[in-house]
Design a protein around this ligand. Structure first.
Ligand code: SAM
Ligand code: SF4
Length: 329
């Protein structure tokens, strides 16, 4: 069981497969981004499999694939297959904007993908386009329907609440849980990265408390639901008679660092120690210089031990120059 210096059991690895994206959400990715890792720097499917095996060997049980947009990896099905057949890995999940998911959902489920988190900020096609800038709500929705048909459940929808863009849309998103056993989770904006996106995130912040009030004013009270997993970052509720869950992820107003169980692997093969820190530990060099699996395990355990206690966003302090598309959320 990999314990860090603060006694946290770190058993959940988030692997960013690529730092490109087919969308450009206003708070995540500038329109003119060119600073992508060249494909020679991205970990290959075989290298990712080796890291997954090392992770399972030291006690990691859950792996999430993310990005950028993970669906842009042409070898995604192969990656899922390799990870899901790794002894000790109990769950393989993916976070995606869903725009490219529909034609691939069955194949991914057959390869061993267990479930998906879909990023949908608005159910209004125009406001979706204003926030996410490329792709369409219709495509993302087709991805959601295909995921449900393929049994990738429970479906979780992530929505980043951004003042002036979608803060009123939380009502219709929450309403989805009345008839569907989905989890709709509202995320507070984090001021990550540099330039325009960090500014949007700082200037357009909406607290979870405000979002919750808005939902309750319109749809009635939300009753607290016990989290099934103690390190679930979402604080969960249910509307009266609803099939699904309304969740709030509040990294700024209510940080969950104390129960953090995550390690992150960037697309270019560096363990990223905390979302809000730029400290990283390179594993790609070891993967490419003939080092054995024991060396990969050692680097991962060093990364676990080097994890910081937490971030200080609630004090307005961000210590990261990386954007979310570079880390994977
Ligand atoms: N492209 C995929 C997607 O959008 O789901 C996966 C990568 S994306 C970086 C992962 C998550 O990060 C998304 O759910 C997105 O909403 C969230 N995200 C991006 N920028 C954010 C920010 N500044 N603050 C909070 N969440 C953010
Ligand atoms: Fe792309 Fe996801 Fe970032 Fe939006 S949040 S730009 S979909 S990586």
């Amino acid at each position: 069981m990999p314990l860090d210096r603060f006694g946290r059991n770190i058993n959940y690895l988030r692997i960013s497969l690529i730092d490109h994206c087919n969308l450009r959400c206003v708070y995540c990715m500038p329109l003119d981004t060119t600073a992508y890792a060249p494909s020679s720097e991205l970990l290959t499917a075989g290298e990712i499999e080796r890291v997954a095996r090392a992770a399972a060997d030291v006690g990691f049980q859950k792996i999430r694939l993310t990005g950028g947009e993970p669906m842009l990896r042409s070898d995604l099905v192969d990656i899922v297959k390799r990870i899901s057949r790794t002894d000790g890995i109990r769950e393989v999940a993916m976070t995606t904007n869903g725009v490219l998911l529909a034609p691939k959902a069955d194949e991914l489920a057959a390869a061993g993908l267990g479930r998906v988190n879909l990023h949908i900020d608005s159910l209004d096609p125009e406001r979706f386009a204003r926030l996410m800038r490329f792709g369409t709500l219709r495509q993302a929705w087709a991805g959601l329907e295909a995921a449900e048909r393929a049994g990738l459940s429970p479906i979780k929808i992530n929505s980043v609440v951004t003042r002036g863009y979608n803060e009123e849309d939380v009502i219709e998103l929450a309403r989805l849980t009345l008839r569907n056993s989905w989890h709709v989770r509202f995320i507070e904006l984090m001021p990550l990265g540099e330039g325009g996106c960090a500014k949007v995130a700082r200037d357009n912040f909406v607290s979870s408390a405000e979002t919750m009030r808005r939902i309750e004013d319109e749809l009635g009270s939300l009753s607290s639901v016990q989290n099934t997993h103690p390190s679930d970052e979402s604080v969960n509720f249910r509307l009266k008679g609803a099939k699904g869950i309304v969740g709030f992820i509040s990294p700024v107003s209510d940080p969950y660092c104390g129960t953090c169980n995550r390690m992150r692997l960037n697309a270019n093969g560096r363990f990223h120690l905390c979302l809000l820190s730029d400290d990283e530990l390179d594993v790609r060099a070891a993967l490419r210089n003939g080092s054995g699996d024991d060396a990969i395990r050692d680097i991962l355990l060093q990364a676990v031990l080097a994890k910081p206690t937490g971030h200080r966003l609630s004090e307005g302090i961000s210590t990261s120059n990386r954007s979310m598309f570079q880390i994977g959320g």
